[in-house]
Design a protein around this ligand. Structure first.
Ligand SMILES: CC(C)(COP(=O)(O)OP(=O)(O)OC[C@H]1O[C@@H](n2cnc3c(N)ncnc32)[C@H](O)[C@@H]1OP(=O)(O)O)[C@@H](O)C(=O)NCCC(=O)NCCS
Length: 329
């Protein structure tokens, strides 16, 4: 039986206009531009200010751009997967809202929750539908309105995150390029080192949960930092070994953008120089599921057909993984 392979055939993005700079944050919490830049690599992040717009809107805008670039009609889309931890509603899925907003009437749609690893988990899932012959055109969206779950009086979290969305179109590859290989891991964290305490079925929203500030992100920053540094580096090496890739063979490392120090440590373990690493954390902060497609968007004009990309991410769950992509455009 002929084995099908999925390829990325277009990339789209959406970034809100408002720039929340480190200097603005200095006015909100006890922090400073120098601390934030040296400890995280972030200078500013984008914030979606319009109260009537959220994750689905950003995901739909990114999807429309990808479809326009590819010249594909929304009615041709078979499947939409939205990776997010900031859905517009608990239900229906944000992917269903995106389907309606872009007019993809023939697609089925669902959300995938894997925090900062969401995009690569969704990419592998979408590729598998194409490989199995169960879908021909798939939209993979990474979108998060992190500002909706941040406490802007908590300096340990509010400085880290921003809002944004990225989308890629997956189609069947006709050559040796495409999504070649994936490795994913999970280490279930019932101790909740990185989580949103309330709003789910265990702690439904109440006056008490709101008063206690339990609807915002809570994290043990040092533990997450250590786990992310080890996890991202280990899985990046794992995917290189699995595919017999040397450091010279890797054209680009496309890392999740959580902290510049985590990215640097991953590149160093892989033996990759900094000029081969996509970094935009300085401009957007950590946009959770959107960081990797936003990197692909920012670098799309520099990418060449046949380039070897290693996509790597770590996030809440804990979840982590890497995907080897041979660029198709
Ligand atoms: C959050 C993070 C940037 C903190 O950096 P760090 O070097 O680990 O800093 P620490 O937590 O050890 O704190 C060092 C000091 O800076 C202080 N500090 C924390 N945030 C600060 C801020 N925004 N401004 C100034 N000082 C701050 C701490 O209170 C602490 O002070 P103390 O030594 O007096 O107690 C870092 O741990 C991190 O990036 N973790 C990963 C988070 C992440 O990416 N999560 C998303 C999913 S992957």
């Amino acid at each position: 039986m002929e084995i099908k392979r999925a390829k990325i055939s277009a990339v789209g993005h959406y970034l809100p206009e408002y720039r929340l700079t480190n200097f603005e944050l200095e006015k909100l919490v006890d922090t400073n531009d120098e601390w934030i830049r040296t400890r995280t690599g972030i200078s500013e992040r984008r914030i979606l200010k319009d109260p009537d717009k959220a994750t689905a809107f950003m995901g739909a805008e990114a999807s429309k751009e990808a479809l326009e670039v590819a010249g594909v009609d929304p009615l041709e889309i078979d499947l939409i997967i939205v990776a997010t931890v900031t859905p517009d509603y608990m239900f229906p899925a944000t992917a269903c809202l995106v389907q309606d907003m872009i007019g993809a009437k023939n697609a089925f749609a669902f959300d995938l929750s894997a925090a900062c690893s969401g995009f690569i988990y969704a990419l592998t899932t979408g590729a598998t539908f194409i490989e199995a012959g169960n879908a021909k055109k798939v939209l993979i969206v990474g979108a998060d309105k992190m500002s909706s779950i941040l406490d802007y009086s908590d300096r340990t979290t509010c400085i880290l995150f921003g809002d944004g969305a990225g989308a890629v179109l997956l189609e069947e590859s006709e050559d040796e390029t495409g999504i070649i290989s994936s490795i994913h891991h999970t280490e279930g964290d019932t101790n909740c080192g990185l989580y949103q305490h309330a709003g789910g079925s265990l702690h439904p929203a109440s006056h008490e949960t709101v008063d206690a500030g339990q609807h915002s992100i809570s994290q043990d920053g040092r533990t997450v930092f250590k786990k992310a540094t080890i996890g991202m580096a280990d899985v990046s090496l794992e995917i290189m070994e699995k595919n017999n890739l040397s450091a010279d063979d890797v054209t680009w490392l496309v890392p999740h953008q959580a902290n510049l120090r985590i990215i640097d440590a991953t590149a160093k373990r892989m033996g990759i120089s900094s000029d081969k690493v996509m970094i935009n954390i300085n401009k957007y902060g950590n946009t959770t599921a959107a960081t990797i497609p936003l990197c692909l968007y920012d670098w799309k004009d520099q990418l060449k057909k046949g380039d070897n990309l290693v996509l790597a991410a770590f996030g809440g769950g804990f979840t982590w993984g890497a995907v080897y992509v041979k660029w198709s455009l």
